[in-house]
Design a protein around this ligand. Structure first.
Ligand code: FNR
Length: 184
């Protein structure tokens, strides 16, 4: 039985000072030691999804995304909301794996964090719809929206709100549990 699990961590923001990328790294520090993280930071390298490009020897960046997903036991996403929806770069990555199957049954935690009081709830709901469509194993109770993220995490990426920290730790424990169960 496996004792360690590879988690692919994806931020839905390309911004240098992204609160979601900071949050992703904060979560990695809070995670139980059985979870080993690789950060996928190549959203910007993917071409716009076009089924005509989705051929045997398709774009290298797409093959790379699919390979990293295939090698992972689970996925953690932290994303902002733009225009009441999922950021285009993240949706584009999801479109590339809708029919390729690497995400099938993979335990997945999706977090949306926003400075707004709504916490990116529309992006979160839309992201879950897509993840369910591609048959990821979405951990609903571990998947959170975080309103007022700038009040809950400082600029150094330290979670300064104990309730939020507890919720994030709980999400990570659920992710570890789900990875364990999938490998029993
Ligand atoms: C936003 N932002 C935003 N926030 C939100 O909760 N719902 C929304 O629909 C939008 N829409 C939106 C559009 C545009 C064009 C911008 C520039 C911003 C605010 C957004 O949550 C904020 O900029 C976050 O800081 C972005 O996340 P990162 O990059 O900090 O992770």
């Amino acid at each position: 039985m496996k004792k360690e699990f590879n988690i692919l961590a994806i931020s839905g923001s390309l911004r240098n000072q992204s609160s979601n990328t900071l949050l992703l790294h904060a979560m990695i520090k809070l995670a139980p030691p059985t979870l080993k993280f690789g950060v996928y930071d190549e959203l910007n390298d993917l071409p716009h999804f076009n089924p005509d490009l989705d051929v045997e020897e398709g774009p290298a960046s797409v093959q790379n995304l699919r390979a990293q997903l295939k090698e992972s036991d689970g996925v953690l996403i932290c994303t902002p909301e733009y225009g009441n929806g999922v950021p285009g770069v993240l949706k584009n990555a999801l479109d590339w794996v809708v029919s390729s199957g690497e995400w099938l049954n993979k335990p997945t935690v999706a977090i949306a964090a926003s400075p707004s009081p709504m916490g990116g709830d529309k992006a979160h709901a839309s992201l879950l719809l897509t993840l369910n469509m591609i048959n990821a194993k979405v951990l609903n109770e571990a998947s959170l929206t975080i309103p007022y993220i700038t009040l809950k995490m400082n600029k150094q990426g330290v979670i300064i709100d104990s309730e939020t920290q507890h919720a994030l730790e709980n999400s990570l424990l659920r992710l570890a549990d789900a990875c364990n169960q999938m490998n029993e």
